[in-house]
Design a protein around this ligand. Structure first.
Ligand code: GLU
Length: 436
């Protein structure tokens, strides 16, 4: 993965550094921590795909089962040209911490394929998705490792993979993958769950700080699934979304954008345009073009990186002006930048809490698939709200008690919970104890 300065970053090495620092603030046994420094298993696969012109291309994919002490491994599958083994390992480690933060009975995993999905036709995408599932099928399963969507994958991709897996096993197995289309056993409320979870976290901060949303400005980097939904929920509550961007660059407008209009164009034409829709009439609104780097440095109240990792580094950290940063992407801040942000008094709500809404509703989907009892959308929202608010408050209290930052507090909660599960299987302390 390359960051705005163009330097290649070893994401996994960076993730390990942060794990070690945070572990000092947790009661985790050193043996348990040692286990968390190494993934349980990594699978690398070659996926031959017949292209529309008759030629063959072979893609490389990965699936990492990072830890499954608290339950089956869980985590998305990413399609991106910059996917690497190091990146997938880091993402799988973060999933392990994330499922512990929200207290769902899963471990952590992740998958990825090195591909630019925008360059594939829909049929090629289907063949790639089915081909990837064929290669990882023996490595995943409802009680082993349960994939889901991530960057540039969606419900339809999950549907193809579920179908391929079921054909291979000869039985219908919806709980093998989450984020499926609703008619194939998906859960209501899964599609917007990551954005909604982040929104519930922001509502907690709003309550604590007694904000008037119409006075709060927000910049969102990344206008994919999570970025669009969090922007939309905030917009509906009157927040001013003054800047958004996608991989091509961003737009800035101090008076704020009409988010439903931006979403409509983006989802129809894949373009980010400063527009306002009145019925079917489209008007352009005044705005300024900005780069992704400029967006991060805007003087706004809330900054939401919702794209990729390693966006805020030692190089640009000191120029971040937003007092609140909500990590909707996984790993948008490098470990070296943590201290700078902290010294500047910036409240960073870490990814393993801020974007945990997605995996939480994935858990609901898995439960529904296994029981055959399907929930209403209201039930999904209520349970998600309860979990996000509870864990935010717990982590916030721990941050204040330990006089630390929110990331360290969240890692502390996660490591305590994982540590307890590992200790329940026995550590040196247990085995050396005298039975008396
Ligand atoms: N890809 C999402 C994440 O990073 C969701 C994972 C899941 O639902 O399993 O949290």
């Amino acid at each position: 993965m390359s960051n705005p300065t163009g330097n290649a970053t070893d994401v996994f090495a960076d993730a390990l550094r942060r794990l070690d620092t945070a572990a000092e603030y947790s009661s985790i046994d050193p043996e348990a921590l040692a286990r968390l420094r190494v993934p349980r298993a990594i699978l690398e696969v070659g996926i031959p795909v017949r292209m529309d012109d008759g030629s063959q291309q072979v893609f490389t994919g990965y699936r990492v089962r990072y830890d499954d002490t608290r339950g089956p491994a869980k985590g998305g599958i990413r399609y991106h040209p910059l996917v690497s083994a190091s990146e997938v390992k880091a993402l799988a480690m973060w999933m392990t911490l994330k499922t512990a933060v929200v207290g769902v009975p899963f471990g952590g995993g992740k998958g990825g394929v090195i591909v630019d999905p925008k360059s594939l036709s829909r049929l090629e995408l289907e063949r790639l998705s089915r081909g990837y599932m064929r290669q990882i099928a023996r490595f995943v399963g409802p009680n082993l490792d349960v994939p889901a969507p991530d960057v540039y994958t969606n419900a339809m991709v999950m549907g193809w993979m579920f179908d391929e897996y079921s054909r291979m096993t000869g039985s219908r197995e919806p709980a093998v993958i989450t984020g499926k289309p609703i008619p194939l056993g998906g859960s209501l409320g899964r599609e917007d769950a990551t954005g909604r979870g982040a929104y519930y976290v922001i509502k907690e901060i709003e309550r604590q700080r007694k904000w008037d949303p119409s006075k709060i400005t927000v910049a969102v980097q990344g206008f994919g699934n999570a970025g669009q939904f969090v922007a939309d929920f905030l917009f509906q509550d009157g927040y001013k979304i003054v800047a958004v961007s996608d991989s091509q660059g961003g737009i800035y407008r101090p008076q704020g954008f009409d988010i439903p209009s931006l979403r409509q164009v983006k989802n129809q034409s894949r373009q980010l345009e400063a527009v306002y829709f009145e019925g079917s009439v489209r008007e352009f609104v005044d705005s300024e073009h900005i780069t992704n780097e400029q967006l991060l440095e805007l003087d706004v109240d809330i900054l939401i990186p919702a794209a990729l990792e390693s966006q805020i580094t030692l190089e640009n950290a000191a120029r971040i002006k937003a007092p609140i940063l909500i990590e909707v992407a996984n790993g948008p801040v490098e470990s070296a930048a943590d201290e700078v942000l902290r010294q500047n008094g910036i409240l960073v709500v870490p990814d393993i809490l801020a974007n945990a809404g997605g995996v939480t509703v994935s858990y609901f989907e898995w439960v529904q698939n296994r029981t055959g009892d399907y929930w209403t959308e209201r039930a999904v929202h209520d349970r998600l709200h309860e979990i996000m608010s509870r864990e935010y408050q717990l982590i916030h209290a721990r941050m204040e008690q330990h006089d630390t930052d929110m990331r360290t507090a969240a890692y502390g909660v996660a490591l305590d919970r994982i540590g307890e599960a590992i200790a329940a299987t026995g550590t040196q302390r247990y085995f050396n104890e005298d039975d008396g």
